[in-house]
Design a protein around this ligand. Structure first.
Ligand SMILES: [Ca+2]
Ligand SMILES: [Ca+2]
Ligand SMILES: [Ca+2]
Length: 382
């Protein structure tokens, strides 16, 4: 949940020479407000309301991540969602934009129950992203963000995990596993440590909001903003013995051309990975929700980073014609074959600004999410 973010006041008059304060990071140079390279055309996506068997629309799930499992899309609720939506995987049929199933509220394996983080993970953890493990279809990773309301540690645990390099309560990486009965368990948890030289800052509500995992076991972690207000992408190498430790997992920072800004809020809120069919080049796709943009970042750094401007519409329905949203707030994205799927996280204080047609008011009041898609464009990866 990142509802404290101010709407980007600055539309990005980015002067290459004005980029400051980020000497550690590789600089992506954008010389004008319009996105770089060959992506000046605004890409419009028409969203569909996610419906359920029992209600017109999905009720307040605060959808915060998106992956694909067995042809279905899967999302997760953050800590500000209706309680019954929390700590579950929600399965969506992408062809019909319907909720087909929700898992159990995650069980805690003994190891997690006996960990320092048991209370927080049992109550209302703020789960903000999903990543599927390419090496095991039953394994999924999620990550926690804001623990200011419910996260308290014992004195012993606080001492053990005080050097987070960021927030007081550590960011937690959680391993989920589905069993043959589709029951989901939190099997392992590890707190993350950000090296102090990364200058991440202490922003409990501007943490890791997007994750994606590559075939080589690299888990990418998208941060909303650091001390200087910049979005960042970190990584972890999830080795075979990664989960044998309960110590801090120290994040690394790969050399990626993440856009750099001189003002405004440009938080990364969702991350997906795309591997090109021909030679398996990896690209990260990041949702910059305040900017209505998707960023395309070449993991190898050979292709220039692209910023794809997007417009989010709502499909004609309910006797309402198609219309442009005031704010969509994309928070999850995943590539399935040649399509980029995106889901939004209704932004509570701003969502009703989208009402253009009275018949839609109850859907906005329900904080119901929409499902969007766009075809991938080869030009993004060249
Ligand atoms: Ca969220
Ligand atoms: Ca946030
Ligand atoms: Ca998120």
């Amino acid at each position: 949940m990142l509802k404290s973010c101010a709407v980007a006041a600055c539309t990005g008059l980015l002067l290459a020479g004005a980029i400051t304060g980020c000497s550690e990071k590789k600089e992506a140079t954008f010389t004008e407000a319009a996105p770089s390279a060959n992506t000046a055309t605004v890409l419009t996506s028409i969203g569909r309301w996610i419906s359920t068997d029992t209600s017109d629309v999905m009720q307040d799930p605060q959808t915060s991540g998106l992956i694909e499992i067995d042809g279905q899309l899967v999302t997760i609720a953050d800590g500000s969602a209706a309680f019954e939506q929390q700590r579950k995987l929600h399965f969506l049929d992408k062809d019909t934009a319907t909720l087909t199933n929700s898992s159990n509220a995650f069980n805690l394996a003994t190891k997690v129950r006996r960990s320092c983080f048991s209370d927080y993970l049992t109550n209302a953890p703020d789960l903000e992203a999903l990543a599927s493990d390419p090496s095991n279809p039953n394994v999924i990773y999620t990550v926690t963000e804001d623990a200011t309301r419910t996260g308290t540690l014992s004195t012993r645990c606080e001492k053990k995990y005080q050097n987070t390099g960021s927030t007081d309560y550590p960011t937690l990486l959680v391993r989920l596993e589905r069993d043959e009965n589709d029951s989901v368990t939190m099997t392992h948890v590890r707190p993350l440590q950000f090296p102090t030289e990364f200058e991440v800052g202490n922003f409990p509500n501007d943490g890791i909001e997007g994750m994606a995992m590559a075939k080589d076991g690299t888990l990418y972690l998208g941060l909303e903003k650091d001390k200087t207000g910049q979005p960042r992408i970190f990584s972890l190498n999830i080795t075979d013995d990664f989960w044998q430790s309960a110590d801090f997992a120290v994040v690394d920072e790969p050399d990626l051309s993440v856009p750099i800004f001189d003002a405004g809020s440009h938080p990364i809120n969702g991350l997906a990975l795309y591997s090109t069919a021909d030679n398996d080049d990896n690209f990260l796709l990041a949702a910059a929700r305040n900017d209505n943009e998707v960023w395309v970042i070449d993991v190898a750094g050979k292709v220039e980073t692209k910023r794809i401007p997007m417009q989010f519409n709502v499909s004609a329905d309910n006797n309402c014609g198609e219309y442009v949203m005031d704010n969509a707030s994309i928070e999850g994205l995943v590539v399935v074959e040649d399509t980029l799927w995106l889901i939004n996280d209704p932004w509570k204080v701003n969502y009703l600004k989208n009402v253009k047609c009275e018949a839609e008011t109850p859907r906005y009041e329900a904080m119901a999410p929409l499902l969007f898609s766009v075809p991938l464009n080869d030009a993004w990866f060249q």
